[in-house]
Ligand binder design. Structure first.
Ligand code: FAD
Length: 394
């Protein structure tokens, strides 16, 4: 019997999107080359917090909701699969999420989320203030501390059992190791890749004096994708949005309610089981500047330490920043690029790239294999930019 023809796939950009796609394509026995200018997953994919929000496949209607729901399902499968393949536990756990609101604006925003969860059959429970404080008890080992010293002025609190988290740095390490064992050709520190065009079409990728030619090309370079694909004369407007995080280490944590993600207005605390606690995150439009700033980190620390107890006594370890890849309309760019038929893009996942990485990998691999993806990709089509611009010009 003849072996099915394998197609050489070249992926440019080794963040969580590029690595997940490489992993999925390699599982399908394709010949995959992954090119990364620096270290794998060192940018936003490492910098993120690893929160996986609750979803419900049965009620998902909009393609974005479907993508979110299948991504959640695949995360659960991959966590196990990656552990079996590589021995690495990526820390995936259904930890639950506590949402608290203090100001009138926060109460309104949380009530809006509550209505959305209700309409999508996403489980949640309204908590009394004392119940909310109990779920925060892992932040305070001294049970005599008064609840107002733990977190003052809670006006509304919801408990969302379906929220999950994983350790994204560990997940990235597991993906690299899995790609290695599945035979992906991995090039990190490959230098800045450039698109080569000959006779008006995509002819290959060049970097560091080497040229890579494949049957199909995938651009997964985060906020740098706009610049990367310019030689193809395709416009994909992107905006880097900086996020800063502060990291603490406390004695390993435990609580009768587990270690949930704490969502306080627009900020969050993510407790890991080993005692690390992430406090995040800022949302700043400062171009490609990925430095931390003393004022923002101080503000984050002031907020985190206002929870008192374990966090105000904790060791502050360090802070970092990452650039989220944002698009002009809030939807990622997923699909074929232009008329060539052999170029694809997957980027622009903004605040949800870690979550959506699994579903993105599967639908993009389906597209490349000429299978009907489980998600209707029309709202994510890169071609929508041209339509949008044409409408604006009229
Ligand atoms: C503070 C913060 C918190 C976050 N929290 C969460 C969260 O809790 N949950 C969630 O789902 N998401 C979260 N996110 C968002 C998530 O991290 C991003 O959406 C996701 O990591 C984007 O992945 P990516 O692979 O597209 O981009 P990146 O991680 O930026 O990877 C792109 C890669 O392409 C490479 N590259 C660029 N140009 C070239 C070139 N010319 N040649 C070769 N390589 C190139 C870069 O070096 C980089 O490694 C957070 C982000 C931040 C910053």
């Amino acid at each position: 019997m003849r072996k099915p023809k394998t197609m050489r796939k070249i992926i440019v950009g080794g963040g969580v999107i590029g690595l997940s796609l490489a992993y999925e394509l390699a599982k399908r026995k394709h010949d995959v080359v992954l090119l990364e200018q620096e270290g794998f997953g060192e940018k936003a994919s490492w910098a993120g917090a690893g929160i996986l929000p609750p979803t419900c496949r049965a009620t998902a209607i909009h393609p974005m909701e479907v993508l979110e729901a299948i991504s959640s399902e695949i995360h659960e499968l991959w966590a196990e699969e990656l552990q079996q393949l590589t021995g690495v536990d990526n820390g995936f756990r259904k930890c639950g999420g506590l949402y608290i609101a203090r100001s009138a604006g926060e109460v309104a925003a949380l009530t809006g989320m509550q209505f959305e969860w209700e309409s999508r059959d996403i489980l949640f429970e309204e908590l009394k203030v004392d119940e909310a404080v109990e779920r925060l008890s892992f932040l305070n080992s001294d049970s005599k501390v008064h609840r107002d010293e733990i977190v003052p002025n809670i006006s509304k609190a919801l408990w969302v059992p379906g929220e999950s988290q994983f350790s994204n740095p560990t997940h990235l390490a597991a993906l690299v190791s899995a790609c290695q064992s599945l035979g992906v050709t991995l090039h990190e520190h490959a230098g800045m890749c450039q698109v080569q065009v000959a006779n008006g079409s995509l002819a290959g990728i060049s970097t560091g004096g080497e040229e890579f030619v494949g049957d199909q090309y995938f651009f997964t370079a985060g906020p740098w994708t706009e610049q990367l694909i310019k030689p193809l004369e395709i416009v994909l407007p992107m905006q880097p949005v900086r996020g800063q995080i502060a990291l603490y280490k406390v004695d390993p944590l435990s609580s009768a309610f587990g270690l949930p993600v704490i969502n306080d207005g627009s900020r969050y605390l993510v407790p890991r089981t080993d005692g690390h606690v992430l406090a995040g995150a800022t949302i700043e439009e400062v171009g490609f500047d990925c430095r931390t700033t003393a004022s923002e980190v101080e503000e984050l620390r002031g907020w985190a330490e206002s929870f008192g107890g374990n966090l105000s006594d904790a060791t502050f370890i360090r802070s970092w920043a990452g650039l989220r890849p944002a698009t002009y309309d809030g939807f990622p760019y997923l699909g074929k690029l232009g008329d060539s038929g052999n170029a694809f893009v997957a980027t622009g996942h903004f605040k949800s790239g870690l979550h959506l990485s699994t579903g993105t990998a599967v639908v993009l691999a389906d597209l490349a294999d000429e299978k009907e993806p489980t998600v209707d990709l029309r709202p994510f089509s890169p071609a929508r930019v041209t339509c949008h611009q044409a409408t604006e010009i009229k």
